[in-house]
Write a protein that binds this ligand. Sequence first.
Ligand code: SF4
Length: 505
Amino acid sequence: MKDAFATAKQIVMRLPELMANFLKNSIIGFFFEAKSFSDAFIYTKYWAFIWGNIFKFIIRLLFKRGPIVLVRELFFRYPWILKFLSATKLLRRLTRGRKGAYLESTALVIHAIAVLLVEKLEEVFYQPKRLLISEDLVPPEIAMAMGLNVWLVEGMGILLPFLDSEACLEFIDEAENAGMNPDSCSFVKSAVGMVIKNQQPKGVAIVSSNMPCDAGMTSYSYIQQQLDAPPIYRVDVPYHFYNERAEKLFVEDLKGMIAFLEKHTPGRMDWAKLKEICEKRNYMMELELELWDMMRTSPAPLASESIWLSHLLLFYWFPGNPVSIRHYERLVELAKKNLDAKIGAVENEKYRAVLWNPPFPQFPDIFNIVERAHGITLILDSMTFNRHDPIDTSTPETMLSGLAKIIMQGPMVRHTRGPAENYLDDIFRCYKQFDLDMVWIANHVGCKSGQAMNGILREKCREMKIPLLILDYDLLDPRIVSHEGMLSQVDAFMENVMKERSKGK
Ligand code: SF4
């Protein structure tokens, strides 16, 4: 009784704070902040679309599988799905201070995540016999052409912390309790922890690789064991891969993967389907290149999540999907709209930045905050930037060769193997191509290969007089460096290197 009274008292005392938080993070808060009626309309439209998708998923599951299965799946088997109920909170966080086409482009990405994730979860629930468990760096085009549905083991490790920065902590701790080194990468630990807790779907087979690093590669032996040992195929990217011999070797490896999938899954290779997927992927790439061309203008017509989050989700998990294509078409339209009206995405663009290494999943808000505090516009990131050609779809051999290059030259693949130039040259190429003012390194403390490059990069940047911010943090674990700690590193850099003071966040 005494405890209940104390709790009630505490809640009442926290009411003003809870209220302020609610207003800050809800649609009502946006209405107070909206810069125009049309911004309020854009926000409301996407807010309603996102909720509509969530309800559609729940209602369909309820009718198809009944209430008992619904409760079992959402509360016990995959409790992390409930985190997606805060998708509109993410919308609110990332759109703060944005307006017009830029506001819409950000809302569009979060909406695309909602639509495509529902599609993916429905594949998990309703077609388990066609589910292939795949590592995130093995692109899904081939499996998709074989009629298989691809589930990326690491997918939730990236997406969940966007919604709740502490979402992966229980999985990281679980992996450490099972014996994984606390110093190792939280990205890998999170995937392993989710498997140990039996919160990842089980597929008919697994496809993994020797990418991007030893930690990622070795984790799959354990993941396979925990998923009841389905058959596994590991593609093997050669150490030196920018040559014809490596390409031929890897094409043979992909053929081996297709034979493996035909043997162990109901999937059958359909070359016409692969051609269609590759052509659609090429079209997405064309649209993205058009977008990049516009991004070279200063001020940039769009920025940040509309560029990096779109690529991260749509190219790696949903290439050629109609939603992905429409998404890129719409981004190009929005960028053109701003460009024609000479409107910059960031109201007061003062600095143009590139981010190297995977962006900050547990604190994506940082880009929004620094654009308002310092006028820093995030133009591009290493997961998005690439230089490969479109896939030649004339024969099965040319398609495999095109896909082989995309896989071997993928980010975190070309950047974590081979000579140091693989990592460094792209940074400087990007810096020049997009007329940038600074380079940011997302210095994930668990990533040993990334850490090893910092010294050389520092020297090179000093030589070339490129302002460099090496921002220490952990990819998925905010306990290592707090959000305040991350922001103060930016402030210190802006003050000491760029000689500017923060205008407040
Ligand atoms: S972030 Fe670094 S350590 Fe972690 S999986 Fe990627 S390459 Fe490996």
